[in-house]
Ligand binder design. Structure first.
Ligand code: WQD
Length: 346
């Protein structure tokens, strides 16, 4: 009997790639997604890659009755990976209540369901955003780095979510939790059947680069080159989305096999190396032959200067390490963009 896993937000960028890796690892996958920021066609893409169509419920995780009906219908569930959340930093500043209501209500519903349906494990999709701007010399940040006041309501929902998880675990629930703090997920599946599909004008760097390379955008604005970094542009830890997805399999295996040491465990998921905006633009050219036109503009409000992760704990305890070279990740992202054009999507 295969272990069955619920992925909330499973039609999203990281969720869909995680579905593929879970199926490859022998899990049955059930997706809950309200399609507010994703497309049902992603389910077809997953099936094309793995040959197995995940069970799909178009439900909103803030709707507790719908969540419980789906759990009752599916029978024994071994674990949940909770991706479903609104995640646009800028939008969260303009619509804070939408973010607090959606991100926290959905989390609480899934935590209650995990307890009521006796799951073994709960994986929460968190973010390096919780660290804020690391103190000078504190990069690479490890999991003991101080949690700084959030720079946006989006970041605050991640911090509050982590606190809620700690509190319910201390209150005593039957399931363990692993909190995964992502650095900057980028790329697409090498088959180009699934990838990142931002709605409207992309907020994140690589989708904007790819759309500029495709001619959808005129030129890339680089938000500042006057930072205290070698080339003046901001530094991030860009992690391949397929590598990131595999880390979720390792986290679930750890809990399902009863290897978790603590009620709540935390893991940074990154490459352990920092890359600047200008370096990423140059590496994209090396990977694709395309020199993306860009201009230097003013800094973007809320941006931090530099952050990259210490990933020793994920390497040594989770048994996971990022493998995909940055050039290959960028080539995969470009191939996905070409496929979107071929399919007439954009
Ligand atoms: C990266 C760098 C920008 C766009 C956010 C969230 C994080 C996660 C990923 C959800 C920055 C620069 C960007 C552009 C640019 N979100 N940039 N021109 O802000 O590090 O992280 O998205 O899970 O939680 O905080 O990612 O890709 O927006 O920016 O110069 O058009 O690229 O200034 O230095 P960020 P990003």
């Amino acid at each position: 009997m295969k272990n069955k896993i619920v992925l909330t937000g499973g039609c999203g960028f990281i969720g869909s790639h995680t579905c593929v890796e879970l199926q490859n690892a022998g899990y049955d996958v059930v997706i809950f997604d309200n399609l507010s920021n994703s497309e049902a066609a992603v389910v077809e893409g997953i099936e094309k890659i793995t040959g197995t169509r995940p069970i799909f419920y178009q439900i909103d995780c803030t709707d507790k009755a719908a969540v419980y009906q789906a759990f009752q219908k599916e029978g024994p569930i071994a674990g949940v990976i909770h991706f479903a959340a609104s995640k646009a930093v800028g939008e969260s500043v303009v619509k804070p209540l939408l973010y607090y209501r959606n991100n926290l209500t959905s989390l609480m519903n899934m935590l209650e369901a995990a307890n009521d349906f006796h799951l073994k494990g709960f994986v929460f999709s968190s973010s390096c955003t919780v660290y804020g701007e690391p103190d000078e010399g504190r990069n690479p940040v490890d999991e003991t780095a101080p949690i700084k006041p959030a720079m946006s309501p989006y970041g605050n929902t991640k911090q509050i979510a982590e606190e809620i998880i700690r509190d319910i675990e201390n209150a005593g629930v039957d399931f363990k939790t692993i909190i995964l703090r992502y650095f900057n997920p980028i790329g697409a599946h090498p088959t180009a059947e699934i990838g990142e599909l931002p709605r409207g004008v992309p907020q994140n760097l690589l989708p904007y680069i790819c759309q500029t390379a495709m001619g959808i955008r005129k030129e890339l604005s680089v938000f500042g080159d006057d930072y205290n970094t070698p080339d003046g542009s901001c530094i991030r830890d860009y992690i391949d989305v397929c590598d990131l997805a595999k880390a979720h399999v390792c986290a679930l295996n750890r809990m399902v096999e009863g290897k978790s040491q603590d009620k709540v465990e935390y893991f940074n998921l990154g490459t352990g190396s920092g890359v600047s905006v200008l370096e990423l633009i140059n590496t994209f050219k090396e990977a694709t032959g395309i020199a993306v036109p860009y201009k230097i503009v003013g800094r973007r409000a809320g941006d931090i200067e530099k952050i990259w992760g210490c990933v020793d704990k994920a390497n040594n305890v989770l048994g996971w390490k990022a493998q995909v070279p940055l050039k290959e990740t960028l080539a995969n992202a470009w191939r996905w963009q070409e496929n979107l054009r071929k399919k007439g999507v954009m």
